[in-house]
Design a protein. Structure first.
Length: 105
């Protein structure tokens, strides 16, 4: 079951991974507290699908990430990944926002 979970996680990461550069795969969520029983098969699956990817633990939980995005928007310092599959913020009018300035126009 954990091997299948690792395979699905690696498939998801590969689906949104930018083609260029050195991808970083951030891990967040309580499942990773299982430790090696999940992380070992996940590392194997990631190595197969994303051999250039570096695995990192997230700096915080999803709420922390949402707060950081909101704070950066408020300070006009938001920078988004170039690949829209990874993160997309839209304005109230429905346009895609690539910087905090875009969010206000």
């Amino acid at each position: 079951m954990l091997r299948a979970a690792a395979r699905h996680m690696a498939d998801s990461a590969a689906a949104v991974c930018p083609a260029a550069g050195e991808p970083v795969v951030g891990l967040t969520g309580g499942l990773f507290e299982l430790g090696a029983v999940l992380l070992a098969p996940l590392d194997e699956e990631l190595a197969e699908r994303l051999p250039r990817a570096r695995r990192v633990m997230a700096e915080g939980d999803p709420l922390h990430g949402a707060v950081r995005v909101a704070e950066d928007l408020a300070r006009d310092s938001l920078t988004l990944p170039c690949d829209e599959k990874m993160l997309c913020v839209t304005s109230p009018a429905g346009e895609t926002v690539t910087s905090a300035t875009d969010a206000r126009t």
